[in-house]
Design a protein around this ligand. Structure first.
Ligand SMILES: NC(=O)c1ccc[n+]([C@@H]2O[C@H](COP(=O)([O-])OP(=O)(O)OC[C@H]3O[C@@H](n4cnc5c(N)ncnc54)[C@H](OP(=O)(O)O)[C@@H]3O)[C@@H](O)[C@H]2O)c1
Length: 395
């Protein structure tokens, strides 16, 4: 049994807090800390009512390393689950090192003033985590996260060499709003409006934002147009999969979503640089975030399903084979269980599974790890039972 500290009481943090509270064997105590205490107390009350377990709460600015270190030293968790924003990753890793605590997140570091995300900043912590005898697990959400583990599973059990991977992500649900994002709007819009990128034959190839698309038949949802995006798991999987020739990432967007995004970009409200407004400096995308619905608030009336998986092609015993490994998740079901929509749920459940792997020693090591570097079997067994059953089809 071990103590766990969750940082970030947003859409994903809510799911992590519910599921960690429901995990009575691995976690002896659960604490939820966030920038605003009221975000934590609201969730703690809901968790007490729904699952009969008391979790502790705390106010913390995760960008304030001494303040966070003091909280970690006082509470003494075995692991921190970071589900605040990617901007906080390095500060939370610094505090974990200072307090001697293991670290887990679901999104790689992104500097606030440049719309760019890559693992270099976090991989640079490798020696420090090794020397401290601590573990940092990067990207334990769904994508990155379960998708990396799906690839590791295919590599371990189904193919001798994985040559082609297409990660396909569909939210076939409907929240009834004209425009809303399913996770933090600022992070989501920065990701989607960036140039696309995929890896082929050892090189990165760049595409204009949302310029390449293809139809894909998603189990549980049906055919949907999917757009090529850059996504962070491509970087680590291109490094860690044996014999890989190409890896790409695709995501579905509805016409109304794309139309709104186009208008917002044309009028400049997705800009991430400061502009002068009535004698004050504001960052337009942060202002936009304040206007858009909070992703957690979409949950109650959400209908439909998400369907996310990896299409992997390669060779087994000299023969060409193709497998699709995927999960389908229903928005209404996740609302019933933990008052969240499926995008938050599919991120929060694997974060809890990752933390359980770490505190039970099923996954252990010193240093910084991406998900595909660890044994996929115990993780997939746990995540399936915890609420995200997965399936494999030969195609
Ligand atoms: N891998 C995946 O599959 C996947 C998918 C979706 C999202 N994600 C990642 O999951 C994370 C959470 O997303 P979300 O949709 O839950 O976002 P969200 O609803 O905006 O929640 C983020 C929370 O972080 C807290 N926070 C922000 N700055 C903080 C700071 N300096 N100190 C302490 N707390 C701080 C906020 O706290 P207050 O409310 O207290 O102000 C907010 O509640 C993001 O990093 C996102 O990129 C990963």
């Amino acid at each position: 049994m071990a103590k766990v500290l969750i940082i970030g009481a947003g859409g994903v943090g809510g799911v992590v807090a519910h599921k960690a509270a429901m995990e009575r064997e691995a976690f002896s105590e659960v604490m939820l800390a966030s920038r605003r205490l009221e975000s934590c107390t609201k969730l703690a009350t809901e968790i007490q009512q729904m699952h009969g377990r008391t979790i502790q709460t705390a106010q913390v600015d995760a960008d304030n390393v001494p303040q966070l270190t003091a909280l970690l030293k006082e509470f003494q968790p075995k692991v921190v689950i970071n589900v605040a924003l990617p901007y906080q990753d390095l500060h939370i890793m610094d505090a974990c090192l200072a307090a001697g605590v293991d670290y887990l997140d679901t999104a790689n570091y992104e500097p606030p003033d440049v719309a760019k995300f890559e693992y270099s900043w976090q991989w640079a912590y490798q020696d420090r985590f090794k020397q401290a005898g601590r573990m940092a697990l990067l990207g334990s959400g769904f994508d990155p996260g379960v998708t990396n583990v799906f690839c590791a599973y295919v590599q371990k059990h189904l193919l001798d060499e994985v040559h082609y991977v297409d990660i396909v992500d569909c939210n076939g649900g409907s929240h009834g709003k004209a425009f809303a994002t399913n996770f933090n709007p600022e992070i989501n819009i920065r990701e989607i409006t960036a140039k696309g990128r995929y890896w082929e034959n050892g090189e990165w190839k760049e595409t204009e934002p949302l310029s390449q698309s293809a139809m894909f038949d998603y189990p549980g949802v049906g055919e949907r147009r999917s757009f090529l995006l850059y996504h962070e798991e491509l970087e680590s999987l291109a490094k860690n999969l044996k014999g890989l020739k190409r890896i790409r990432f695709w995501m579905t967007f509805g016409e109304a979503y794309l139309k709104h995004l186009d208008v917002m970009q044309n009028i400049g409200i997705t800009r991430i640089d400061e502009v002068e407004f009535q004698g004050q400096k504001i960052v337009p995308i942060k202002f936009l975030r304040a206007l858009l619905p909070d992703p957690a608030s979409l949950a109650q009336n959400y209908t439909g399903k998400t369907s996310i998986g990896c299409l992997c092609e390669g060779i087994k015993d000299g023969k060409k084979k193709r497998y699709f490994i995927y999960n389908i998740c229903d928005h209404a079901e996740t609302y019933k269980e933990v008052r969240a929509q499926a995008v938050s749920y599919t991120t929060g459940v694997p974060a809890v599974t990752g933390a359980v792997m770490m505190v039970t020693g099923k996954w252990k090591g010193h240093g910084v790890f991406n998900m595909e570097q660890l044994d996929p079997d115990p993780f997939l067994e746990d995540v399936g039972k915890r609420g995200l059953p997965w399936h494999v089809e030969e195609r």
